[in-house]
Design a protein around this ligand. Structure first.
Ligand code: AMP
Ligand code: ZN
Length: 109
């Protein structure tokens, strides 16, 4: 989608600090980290929010790859938190589905 910030990060027209990419997803460091490690994982196809996902297989693929990135790429052995903000009331600011991976310290809840 031409006016989407995260689509522009995927196509490289906006720079990012990439940590992982494959045919399905792209992962990069959050520009305003809320933990020592804060990475965003996004599908390469433009889907505005979690509530817009029509194919449940996409969520299985996305969450499996989030797990791979957290464990094998970021090596968050002590653990991590995943967050998906949904729509304005859920705190979503960028309307391209994304999973936050937070780790690197004991996270309060
Ligand atoms: P959300 O509030 O769930 O929509 O999260 C959007 C996230 O995108 C926030 O944590 C922002 O800090 C992050 N963000 C916004 N612009 C950029 C950017 N250019 N590069 C990396 N992260 C960004
Ligand atoms: Zn997009």
């Amino acid at each position: 989608m031409s006016d989407c910030l995260f689509c522009k990060i995927i196509d490289g027209s906006i720079p990012s600090d990439k940590v992982y990419e494959d045919d399905d997803i792209f992962a990069f460091h959050d520009i305003h980290p809320k933990a020592p490690t804060h990475v965003l994982v996004i599908p390469k196809i433009h889907i505005p929010t979690l509530a817009d996902v029509e194919n449940p297989d996409l969520l299985g693929t996305l969450m499996s790859k989030v797990n791979h990135i957290a464990n094998d790429v970021l090596k968050l052995e002590a653990g991590y938190r995943i967050v998906i903000n949904v729509r304005e009331g859920g705190g979503q600011e960028v309307f391209h589905l994304h999973v936050h991976i937070l780790g690197g310290k004991k996270l309060p809840f």
